[in-house]
Design a binder for this molecule. Structure first.
Ligand SMILES: [Zn+2]
Length: 205
């Protein structure tokens, strides 16, 4: 058989129609001798040992520290250690430069402090000293200005001969300009932990 003929046969085989109900699609076999991984659920996973184990286990043991955690979670101990290391490595800023326009927050973002009193209250409630809390400067997050050109980046059917300026009606441009001006002048919508840590002394609050 020439190479051309075998390619032609292969193409014919690929083009063959196999119906859902036909034996060509699947056949029921009995008394099969199979070797492979079977999970607690009784399902045969073949060579997929990892899948069989993952589906049928409930917990995992951290390979770094041995801590036991839910299989679809992560090791909280290692995560906490990494967060502490990141915090230790941050640049320390002299807290004298803190004014109350610039909030402080816990480095994990759980609490934000706008006023010195907030810190005192937190320390009282938690029974901790100011020097012991992991504080960072909070970073403001602002609303983003609208760039209507982004709308056209995702493609779509429009008259390619027209520029974006021509496609968008003039009155809409005016509204977008006003909206963007308002956004530019607006206050932060929320705050996130920044990358500079603040070390308070116990006399500071
Ligand atoms: Zn761990």
């Amino acid at each position: 058989m020439s190479t051309q003929q075998s390619i032609s046969n292969l193409n014919k085989e690929q083009e063959k129609i196999i119906f859902f109900e036909s034996d060509g699609a699947a056949q029921y076999k009995e008394n099969l001798k199979l070797s492979g991984w079977v999970g607690r659920d009784g399902v045969f996973y073949g060579t997929n040992e990892n899948v069989a184990r993952y589906v049928n286990c409930t917990h995992r043991k951290c390979s770094t520290c041995g801590h036991v955690y839910l299989k679809n979670a992560y090791c909280e101990k290692c995560w906490e250690n990494q967060e502490n290391e990141k915090f230790e490595q941050m640049e320390i800023v002299n807290c004298d430069s803190w004014n109350e326009d610039q909030p402080l927050c816990l480095h994990d973002g759980d609490e934000i402090f706008y006023l010195q009193d907030d810190i005192e209250n937190y320390c009282d409630e938690e029974g901790v000293k100011p020097s012991a809390i992991k504080l960072v400067f909070a970073k403001p997050v602002y609303l983003s200005e609208i760039d209507i050109k982004d709308l056209f980046k995702s493609g779509g059917v429009f008259d390619g001969d027209l520029t974006v300026a021509e496609l968008v009606p003039d009155n809409i441009w005016g509204m977008i300009d006003n909206l963007n001006k308002a956004i530019k002048e607006s206050s932060p919508v929320f705050w996130v932990p920044g990358s500079k840590r603040v070390q308070l002394s116990d006399n500071d609050s």
